[in-house]
Write a protein that binds this ligand. Structure first.
Ligand code: ADP
Ligand code: MG
Ligand code: ZN
Length: 532
């Protein structure tokens, strides 16, 4: 059934871009994000056959170059290897509608628990295939997550969609992504736009809006509110009970990221800071708190003296939150962001510019983590600091600090958090999904007890600790495992997950983008030997 609201919106779409009415019958709205609405429509082909299409109506305030770049990604790289293609594009004034083949798809969270291991493996393989295709074209998607990777389980069809945040590698074949890069490095001067709009290669003579007066800097947005499949994907309306980490209510607190802490790191950090300052003007909270100033004082006094305002308090202080905004380009949704994005590594520095594609591989790793553990969203932090704190609890604090050091950032975490074994972690969480009891609430509580992490205050500052404080309970997962009897009947292959799966997961979730597995390497991983 199409509600009154939707009928009204469809009417508005027809009114904004009247050509649509001549060709399509718009049936329903199937997606709504911050920057677009997506509709299902049918068109009668000359053969007399009716065919379904997805119509993506971009918000009229989207930047013309951004829109053109999204289209160019679809036209150049799309239509093959699980990358969505494009059929037509319509424009009237500043309204643009991209017409794509329609792929009916399952909602990730609905099917997650019923997928067999083989299906999970096929899913991640097909995602890697799509990433490999776009990376070969020098496109970094930057918003890889289930609602942007359509999956039709019955037909075994897959499609990577939504190039609205895409970025180019230095050698990108997408001309317009080069333009966006250039723009990003300078101030957001729009004077160049008119000159480039003359040779925007878009499908079939489409003319793009030349108006640049109302630009929304979509490519710089910090997060995208994307209810996707009727709100099931959205971070705001999302189902937090399914996450391993909830948002604020789980009382997870972040470790502070300080640009400088120990004397020995100062030189390195200074270099990086200088580089990042060129790109992003610091946004001081007060005149005292300009970038690094306070932290630098703290550094000379030794690592235990944190002089930001959240030291020994139950909140991330405004100084630390402001650090979040002093950022070089970042992308996507906090729970899928790579550590180098969370720690604000300025990708434009010579050292990191070639590693940008690695951020998509991290996001694929987070999806694989959900598939293997049966938990979605796995990480569900409201902001970058908490997202990093959550990563730390899985990958280890020392490992996180070490990786951050590569980007010239110092991560302070006063308690040593060991890295968790991925196999033990996933198997423990999976087992909870398969528990044949009816007490799902009870399971949820056990899970929460097992995984809730909170910041404990003591003289040394903040640290993250497993909420289960019993000193002897070093391995909560083995206790869980013995407490819960898995349903033995149909394990769908989950009782025989090969170690290769966890090896690939570990390689995707490599904290260091320089050594993280690439899409090409991942495709020839031994896990996929039966899929070639
Ligand atoms: P946004 O930039 O607003 O996130 P997307 O391109 O991700 O827009 O599309 C939003 C949603 O619309 C997707 O999550 C998906 O559910 C649906 N959608 C997008 N393209 C298609 C398509 N070609 N076929 C079917 N559904 C689609
Ligand atoms: Mg999307
Ligand atoms: Zn602070």
């Amino acid at each position: 059934m199409v509600g009154g609201d939707v009928t009204g919106e469809i009417e508005k779409l027809y009114a904004a871009v009247p050509q649509i009415r001549n060709i399509f019958y718009v049936i329903n709205k199937i997606g709504e994000g911050t920057f677009s609405s997506v509709y299902l429509a049918v068109a009668r082909l000359t053969s007399g056959e009716d065919r379904k299409f997805a119509l993506k109506h971009l918000i009229p305030t989207s930047h013309p170059t951004r829109i053109a770049a999204e289209l160019q990604c679809l036209t150049v790289a799309g239509g093959e290897d699980n990358v969505m293609g494009v059929k037509y594009c319509f424009r009237k004034n500043d309204h643009v509608v991209i017409v794509m083949p329609y792929l009916e798809h399952d909602c990730f969270v609905d099917i997650l628990h019923s997928l067999s291991f083989q299906e999970a493996k096929e899913y991640i393989f097909n995602l890697l295939k799509a990433l490999n295709r776009i990376h070969r074209f020098g496109i970094v998607h930057r918003d890889v997550k289930p609602s942007n990777f359509l999956y039709n389980r019955r037909l075994k069809q897959f499609a990577l969609v939504d190039f609205g945040l895409a970025q180019g590698t230095p050698d990108t074949q997408i001309e317009l992504l080069k333009v966006l890069q250039t723009k990003k490095q300078g101030s957001c001067s729009q004077s160049k736009l008119h000159t480039i709009s003359g040779n925007i290669p878009v499908p079939r003579g489409v003319v793009l809006p030349s108006s640049t007066k109302q630009s929304v800097k979509r490519h710089w947005s910090h997060s995208q509110i994307n209810p996707g499949n009727n709100g099931k994907e959205g971070l705001l309306g999302g189902s937090t009970q399914r996450s391993v980490f909830g948002e604020r209510n789980f009382n997870v607190h972040s470790a502070a990221i300080h640009e400088v802490s120990a004397e020995k790191n100062i030189k390195q950090a200074k270099i990086t800071e200088a580089a990042s300052r060129k790109l992003a003007a610091p946004k001081p909270v007060s005149t005292k708190n300009t970038s690094g100033g306070v932290a630098r004082k703290a550094a000379s006094a030794g690592p235990t003296t944190l002089t930001c305002n959240c030291y020994a308090r139950d909140q991330v202080c405004s100084l630390c939150l402001a650090r979040n905004r002093q950022v070089a380009p970042r992308a996507g949704t906090p729970g899928f962001r790579a550590p180098e994005v969370l720690t604000k590594c300025p990708h434009q520095t010579a050292e990191f510019v070639n590693l940008v594609a690695a951020i998509d591989m991290w996001s694929a790793g987070i999806i694989f983590l959900s598939l293997l553990s049966g938990r979605y969203h796995f990480f569900n932090a409201a902001d970058d600091m908490n997202a990093l704190a959550q990563i730390m609890t899985i990958r280890g604090s020392r490992e996180t600090a070490q990786a951050a050091k590569q980007f010239g950032k110092t991560v302070l975490c006063s308690k040593d958090l060991p890295a968790k074994d991925l196999k033990t972690l996933c198997e423990g969480l999976r087992r909870l999904c398969f528990t044949p009891t009816t007490g799902s609430e009870c399971d949820a509580q056990k899970l929460r007890a097992a995984l809730q992490l909170k910041m404990i205050e003591n003289q040394d500052g903040w640290f993250v600790e497993d909420s289960d404080a019993a000193p002897s309970s070093s391995n909560i997962f083995s206790r869980l495992t013995s407490a819960i009897d898995p349903g033995k009947s149909n394990m769908n292959g989950w009782d025989e997950v090969p170690d290769e799966a966890y090896h690939l997961l570990d390689r995707l979730l490599d904290m260091n983008p320089a050594t993280r597995i690439t899409s090409e390497e991942a495709l020839s991983h031994p896990l996929f030997k039966d899929l070639h």
